[in-house]
Ligand binder design. Structure first.
Ligand SMILES: [Zn+2]
Length: 114
């Protein structure tokens, strides 16, 4: 999977009509996810066109934005670092605030390098 960093870095990201195919690039997958509704995501997930991590991130983001309509299990903040990162990128891409408990706490020398 390409472009699995904290920020959107895919060089094709802002090029109209240019993108990586499904399941090849995290940034491009997230861009597609951001334009899909819940039913479309569910369908594509069942067809194997959306990764488990992207599916879980989308469902969490959807639950953050629609707490009353979401299922309880999707409202819990994900623990997987990958799911958490994808959820941050997805929410940020659409201009929504990222919940505080989804933001990683940076400590020590690692934070200096990041
Ligand atoms: Zn890409």
């Amino acid at each position: 999977m390409l472009n699995t960093g904290e920020q959107i870095t895919c060089p094709t990201f802002d090029e109209p009509g240019n993108f990586h195919l499904e399941l090849r690039c995290e940034d491009c997958d997230i861009q597609r996810l951001a334009g899909l509704n819940l039913g479309q995501v569910d369908d594509r997930y069942r067809e194997g066109r959306i990764t488990q991590n992207c599916f879980e991130a989308y469902m969490f983001a959807w639950a953050v934005l629609s707490p009353a309509g979401s299922r309880a299990e999707w409202r819990e903040t994900p623990t997987s670092p990958d799911v958490r990162r994808i959820a941050r990128k997805l929410l940020g891409l659409r201009g929504f605030d990222v919940p505080a408990d989804l933001i990683e706490k940076r400590t020590g020398a690692f934070a200096e390098a990041a």
